[in-house]
Write a protein that binds this ligand. Structure first.
Ligand SMILES: NC(=O)c1ccc[n+]([C@@H]2O[C@H](COP(=O)([O-])OP(=O)(O)OC[C@H]3O[C@@H](n4cnc5c(N)ncnc54)[C@H](O)[C@@H]3O)[C@@H](O)[C@H]2O)c1
Length: 432
């Protein structure tokens, strides 16, 4: 296998975050903390995972970051936008994910991160109304975002940039003519077409500048034909959508196992309570619909009911998200799975996951920042299917059906890394 020429990660990497709420502040505070005291970055594959190379007899198992050149956490600098003017310390305190003993040691650094004004339209996030917003047409707001980025890059002496949407979930909407080509989209920017969502303005700005982009939320965003066209033009890597963290992560771990052993599933009821701002936004039916679609499609693809109608043809999959303020970020999720075994005998699995939303999402943001930057330096362009490992609704090339099984996703992810490093992919066939 020929090794791909990857530019070294020299200098500073600027991580741009539209939306500076629970996830973004937990991520930044975590990285800043890890520079001051030795704390393993639990949940980060880029920091902790090893990767096997060659036949087992060779015993080669380096860290992923020893195999491919990833930016160092010491070289990261952060920039963010929000519709509230709080600095990152104030926003982290309000999000109340991290304890004071994890925030105070990095307070000065967090206070220095002041968000730029957000490009916002209440029609897309009905539950929020912030004062710290940009004004003017879609075109003017996109131009301002581009100015924010350029200024930040200059002031912070960044060699490279990546952008990851950590803002609120926007309402569910379908692609329309204005999204269908770059020309129509740019005309829509000029005409302030209200079908262009604020999150699309950030994606447009990043991709236009050739900056790698990821969408962490479930709404319609960079997958529209207009922005795919832009990414193809500028060669910016992009990926999404909707971070795969709590309940859906478990779903894509358990469902492939049941299917691998041909155990039938008749019903899967998932409900959860959460009380953070994300939960409040998802309390709006329009925003919830975006989430319901990305969460719902996962089981359909894993179970392939068209191939296995007797096992999964009658599956009833129900998802509920309930806003319950007392819990804050400490989400609690319950799953009831109704199984069918030998001779049709019913069985059940109950899962009660007491998780922390942003604690699960922060390492995903970190990994995406590092791997998108790697993709850019390796010359990988546009849709990055191998990063589908991190998402509930992975973006695919040519709208092919996505792969949801976490273990197939992991194989693809690791084989891509092996390929970048000039190592043979591992198929487990030739194993010795
Ligand atoms: N935490 C998880 O496990 C997880 C998993 C999957 C997806 N997500 C998604 O990640 C996103 C962030 O989650 P969170 O818990 O940090 O939410 P949050 O509500 O704490 O933070 C979102 C922030 O985005 C800001 N915002 C909204 N619209 C904006 C705009 N147009 N421009 C700039 N800022 C804007 C809000 O003011 C808020 O501060 C949400 O969309 C959520 O659905 C989170």
């Amino acid at each position: 296998m020929k090794k791909i020429n990857i530019a070294p990660p020299t200098g500073r990497l600027g991580v741009l975050l539209p939306g500076m709420g629970a996830v973004a502040t937990t991520y930044m505070a975590g990285i800043l903390n890890s520079r001051k005291r030795s704390v393993p970055l639990f949940g980060s594959v880029a920091e902790l995972a090893h990767i096997r190379l060659g036949p087992r007899a060779e015993h080669r198992q380096p860290l992923i970051r020893e195999l491919v050149p990833l930016a160092s956490r010491d070289d990261l600098v952060f920039g963010a936008w929000d519709i509230f003017p709080d600095n990152a310390y104030e926003a982290a305190v309000k999000a109340s994910v991290l304890r004071p003993e994890d925030l105070e040691p990095v307070r000065t650094e967090l206070e220095a991160i002041q968000p730029w004004r957000g490009a916002f339209d209440r029609d897309f996030v009905k539950k929020l109304d912030g004062p710290h917003v940009k004004h003017g047409t879609r075109r003017a707001m996109a131009a301002e975002i581009i100015d924010d980025i350029r200024r930040f890059q200059q002031d912070q002496h960044c060699d490279r940039l990546v952008m990851i949407w950590c803002g609120s979930t926007e309402v569910y909407h379908q692609p329309e003519d204005v999204h269908n080509s770059l020309a129509a989209f740019e005309k829509g920017l000029d005409g302030d077409d209200h079908r262009i969502s604020p999150s699309m303005l950030y994606a447009y700005a990043a991709l236009k500048l050739g900056i790698p982009y990821a969408n962490g939320a479930p709404h319609l965003n960079c997958e529209i034909p207009a922005l795919r066209e832009l990414a193809n033009q500028t060669g910016a890597p992009m990926t999404g959508k909707d971070f795969k963290t709590g309940q859906t992560l478990l779903k894509t771990i358990i469902a492939p196992g049941l299917k691998a052993r041909m155990i039938g599933v008749r019903g899967w009821f998932s409900t959860n309570i959460l009380g953070n701002r994300d939960g409040e936004v998802l309390d709006d039916p329009g925003s919830f619909r975006s989430k319901e679609v990305t969460k719902g499609s996962v089981l359909d693809t894993i179970f392939q009911s068209d191939l296995y109608p007797e096992l999964y043809g009658n599956l009833y999959h129900k998802i509920r998200i309930n806003y319950y303020p007392p819990r804050g970020d400490e989400k609690e999720a319950w799953d009831n799975i109704d199984l069918v075994g030998w001779l049709g005998y019913p069985m059940q699995i109950k899962i009660n996951f007491l998780c922390r939303d942003s604690i699960l999402a922060a390492p995903v943001v970190h990994d995406l920042a590092l791997f998108l930057d790697l993709a850019k330096r390796a010359g990988l362009k546009s849709t990055q299917e191998w990063l589908g490992f991190y998402f509930k609704s992975p973006l695919t090339i040519d709208r092919l059906p996505p792969e949801h099984d976490l273990f197939i996703q992991q194989l693809k992810f690791k084989n891509t890394l092996r390929q970048l490093a000039g190592e043979e992919p591992i198929t487990h066939l030739e194993d010795r």
